[in-house]
Structures are given as structure tokens and as C-alpha cells.
Design a protein. Structure first.
Length: 361
């Protein structure tokens, strides 16, 4: 069996083919990386509205009288502060504080939660949670096959979805059950682009109906390429790049979503890193010279290697090369000038405050 035959496909695969998408392997799935082009799709999201098929993401449901206590142990944020209908970002950590994944969790009812995992980590996240669940009165279920997921993002996104919905859309970091294009679904005020919008968790059999309705209403189909450039401009982390088991949330700048007082797994190591500081910190930078930075490019100061890029690209909204990476903590302040080694040529760069792109600018 060929490698291509082993790849999973979302319910929208035929829609992507019909739209002329370039399909590539990604985290075990055959996914659209672009349609008209990364720059065009990126700017459509920044200026109007784009829709992404993110059905490759995983979903894990937790329910039962011990659900909150269990998730308080598993997740880095304070789940006790999550109201019904609320959304919360957190890290899933190992005992040593390493980041196994970063997750969004939605509280659907008092004792029922839905957690969205990254596609590449879904199986390992599920196994980790099932292992932790043994000590709690809780049921942990893989419900990924119950949902297709569409991310509708951009300044016109909420208006487009509202025009297809039977009720008011939830605000940012809230959720609501609604019908969109006549299809019942969970609407979440979250996203990965830095723009306004919603994420729609849809029954897979009705995904094509919703997709077509969004396109007919003015949304532009957008692929993983634009999703990556958009998230990098606003400095959102990508697991496997900026974060992973070898990185602590403190050095990654994610201390804000770690509440050590809740006693989550890994809290002691994270508390120590917060108190003692870390040898490296995650920074964002732009290149004032020619060249497009890429993950793995060395970062230098005064001729000495001080770190490496974890992500890099041409940022369409900024009109220049941009990236994120880890550098020595003593050289991590915005305004620090350094160089990026791009295929043997040293290009001038400067560390900038995060995010690199803001709507007000």
C-alpha cells in the first residue's frame, strides 16, 4: 500500500479537489495547502473572510462527576474558572514540565467538556488522558469521528456566519449551539489567525452543505499555507515548532496559561522555571535584509550562535521575512539586533515585541 493510500481524508476532500487545491500529507491526513495561492488566501483572511477545513484536529470528550477535578490535574490552566459555554486555552504537560500539546477546552455542561487536540498529537494525548483518568470518576472518550471542523476567519467572518445562523453567535472565547445553513452545530468564538471569527464543529455528513453555503456567502477557501503565515504574524505557537516535550511553558512565553496552584501535572517543574528563569526564551523577529527565514536557521550575535528559528516565512501583511525562535535569555529583549544564517548568508534581523502584526497597526 502506498503512503498516499494510508492518509486520512476529511469529509471535504472532494470539495478541495473540485476547487483545485494542492493537497499534501500533513499529520497523517491529505490536506489542502493552498488553492489560489498562500498570499492571496492570507490577505483574504486579513481583509475579508477565509474558511479553513481543520477537520484533521482531534476531539476528546470528558464527562462525569469528576470531570472538572480530572481536567484540573491534566491541564495547566484553571479549569475551575471555566463557565458553562466558555472556552479556555491550556498546555498538556508531562511531569517534567515539557509541553505534550496545547489545547482548547470548551465547557459544554457542568460535568461535560470537549477538548480539541492537534492532529499529530491526538492519539498520544488521548492515551495520556486515559492514563490520568484512572484516579478519577470520569469518562474520557475519543469523539473525533463525531465532528468536522471549519474555521471561518477574518473581519467579515462573523457577519457571513451570522447571515446563515438561526441565533446570535457567541463572543470570543465563548461557545453556543446553533444552526448554521440549517445544520445544528457547536459554534466556538476561537481561531488561529489573529482575526475575528468562529470555529464550527459540524456533523461530518453535513460538512459539505456548510462549506458550500460559506463559499456562496463570500468566504474564500484557505489552506494550511495561509494558516501558517497568519498564525506566525500574530506569534501563535505551533506544536512541534515553538513548543514540544523538550520545552517548558515559561521559556515559551506561555506562563500566563499555567496556574501552578491548581496542582496540574508538571506544575512543580514549571514553578521552578518561573522562579529561577530559563536559559533560553522564545522571541519574534523580522528581517530587514533580503531573504526568507525558515525553521532551523541559526541565529547569531557578534558572530556567535545564540539560538535557532523554530518558524520562518515571508509575512504577507508585513511585507518582509519574519520568524520565531529561541535565543539566550540575556539577548531576548525587543530591539536586540542579530543575524539569521539563511543558507550560509547572514541576514540582518531585529527582535520585536509580540505579536508582530496587530490590526491597529
Amino acid at each position: 500500500m502506498s503512503a498516499a493510500a494510508d492518509l486520512k481524508r476529511t469529509p471535504l476532500y472532494e470539495e478541495h479537489r473540485a476547487a483545485g487545491a494542492r493537497l499534501v500529507p500533513f499529520a497523517g491526513w491529505e490536506m489542502p495547502v493552498q488553492y489560489a495561492g498562500v498570499k492571496e488566501e492570507h490577505l483574504a483572511v486579513r481583509e475579508h473572510c477565509g474558511v479553513f477545513d481543520v477537520s484533521h484536529m482531534g476531539e476528546i470528550e470528558t464527562r462525569g462527576p469528576g470531570a472538572q477535578s480530572f481536567l484540573q490535574r491534566a491541564l495547566s490552566n484553571d479549569v475551575g474558572k471555566l463557565e458553562i459555554g466558555g472556552a479556555q486555552y491550556s498546555c498538556l504537560c508531562a511531569a517534567d514540565g515539557g509541553i505534550l500539546d496545547d489545547l482548547f477546552t470548551y465547557r459544554l455542561a457542568e460535568d461535560r467538556f470537549l477538548t480539541v487536540s492537534n492532529a499529530a498529537n491526538h492519539e498520544s494525548d488521548l492515551a495520556h488522558l486515559l492514563d490520568l483518568a484512572a484516579d478519577f470518576e470520569v469518562e474520557v472518550s475519543d469523539v473525533a469521528s463525531d465532528y468536522a471542523m471549519l474555521a471561518v476567519q477574518g473581519p467579515e467572518a462573523r457577519g457571513i456566519v451570522a447571515g446563515l445562523a438561526d441565533s446570535e453567535l457567541p463572543p470570543r472565547m465563548r461557545t453556543a449551539w446553533a444552526e448554521v445553513a440549517g445544520v445544528p452545530m457547536l459554534v466556538c468564538g476561537t481561531g488561529y489567525t489573529g482575526e475575528a471569527g468562529v470555529e464550527l464543529l459540524v456533523p461530518p455528513a453535513q460538512a459539505r452543505v456548510v462549506w458550500r453555503a460559506l463559499l456562496d456567502a463570500g468566504a474564500t477557501p484557505a489552506g494550511l499555507g495561509a494558516r501558517d503565515t497568519l498564525r506566525l504574524e500574530v506569534c501563535f505557537h505551533l506544536h512541534g515548532n515553538e513548543i514540544g516535550p523538550d520545552r517548558n511553558p515559561i521559556e515559551a512565553g506561555l506562563g500566563w496559561c499555567c496556574k501552578e496552584e491548581t496542582g496540574f501535572l508538571g506544575c512543580e517543574a514549571i514553578a521552578a522555571a518561573r522562579a529561577q528563569g530559563t536559559t533560553e526564551k522564545l522571541v519574534a523577529l523580522t528581517i530587514s535584509d533580503r531573504g526568507i527565514p525558515r525553521a532551523g536557521n541559526p541565529l547569531l550575535a557578534a558572530g556567535e550562535v545564540i539560538g535557532a528559528l523554530t518558524s520562518g516565512t515571508f509575512a504577507p501583511s508585513l511585507g518582509l521575512g519574519a520568524g520565531m525562535g529561541y535565543v539566550r535569555s540575556d539577548l531576548a529583549s525587543p530591539g536586540t539586533r542579530l543575524e539569521v544564517d539563511i543558507r550560509g548568508k547572514h541576514r540582518a534581523a531585529e527582535i520585536k515585541a509580540m505579536p508582530l502584526y496587530e490590526k491597529s497597526k
